[in-house]
Design a protein around this ligand. Structure first.
Ligand SMILES: [Zn+2]
Ligand SMILES: [Zn+2]
Length: 292
């Protein structure tokens, strides 16, 4: 396992959009400016605007322009196809994003009513991660949103997932120090052109004001279709699939993905991060597959 470059310190990172926005993996070392972090106001009145302040204003202007453009030219709701000024129309938003299920705080599986502890799976075999934040079950019709993000380049859905995950994260006992996205293999990233998990992670990092690094963890081996394998085979298939490129010692790391199915991938990544000294791991997944 190669660990050479520490995650950039807050003093060095400040940009919001960078060359890695597509999640494409590049050969050179990850530059400090590729981190994603909300810049806080630091300029005294009358003082010249710093690079960080300028980038913050540019990001704000971009956001305003995007909002104005969206309002002027309504698009189609990603679920019902009706005209909408947002990713989802108001009716779909109110109908489908209304989850109130009690979930296992560690793995986010739905819990029976009045059972406020961990699920039986986490009690029997505790995963390496400590907590999971999710928005809803991976089930119709919300699974369409993931399919649209993953296979039809609806990148704005990644930003919408991030907005909702950031709200859900407010209930956590502590926010992570940095986020990583579950990486794709190089051939799959090349074929798709972007990593859907990174599209969520970069927007979530911006909203939470934490660092994010598309190169902190890389997939060094293509593991194929995990869904076709049983639970034991999934873990075996993932052995040696990932490599850590940054130092995470003592940090609370958030792992971001679009869907959590068995949790084997997230458990493998969390174990690797914990072995490298990470203090705490929290998963951020848009949707969670319930167990049969
Ligand atoms: Zn709709
Ligand atoms: Zn659980």
């Amino acid at each position: 396992m190669k660990q050479s470059t520490p995650l950039p310190t807050p003093a060095r990172d400040s940009t919001s959009v960078n060359d890695h926005s597509s999640g494409r993996q590049q050969d050179h070392a990850w530059p400090a400016a590729a981190a994603v972090r909300i810049a806080h106001p630091s300029r005294a009145p009358g003082a010249p605007r710093t690079g960080r302040g300028r980038r913050r204003w540019i990001a704000l202007l971009r956001s305003l322009c995007r909002g104005a453009w969206r309002y002027a030219l309504p698009t189609q709701c990603a679920l019902c196809g009706n005209l909408s000024h947002d990713v989802l129309c108001n009716a779909c938003d109110e109908t489908y994003w209304n989850e109130t299920r009690l979930r296992c705080p560690r793995c986010a599986l739905p819990l029976p009513r009045n059972v406020a502890t961990q699920c039986s799976f986490c009690v029997q075999a505790r995963p390496a991660f400590d907590a999971t934040v999710t928005l809803a079950d991976y089930a119709p019709p919300l699974d369409q949103l993931v399919a649209n993000l993953k296979f039809r380049s609806r990148i704005e859905l990644g930003r919408d997932f991030a907005r909702r995950l950031a709200l859900a994260a407010q209930d956590l006992p502590e926010l992570p120090d940095a986020l990583i996205a579950v990486p794709l293999s190089a051939p799959r990233l090349s074929a798709r052109g972007y990593n859907q998990a990174w599209e969520i992670a970069r927007a979530l990092a911006r909203r939470l004001g934490v660092r994010a690094d598309p190169r902190a963890v890389v997939r060094v081996r293509d593991t194929g279709q995990q869904a076709l394998l049983g639970a034991t085979a999934r873990h075996a298939n993932l052995a040696g699939a990932f490599a850590l490129r940054k130092t995470v010692r003592g940090q609370h790391v958030g792992i971001v993905d679009d869907v959590m199915t068995s949790g084997a991938t997230l458990d493998t990544l969390a174990r690797m991060l914990k072995d490298a000294g990470a203090r705490r791991i929290t998963n951020f997944v848009a949707l969670r597959t319930p167990r049969a």
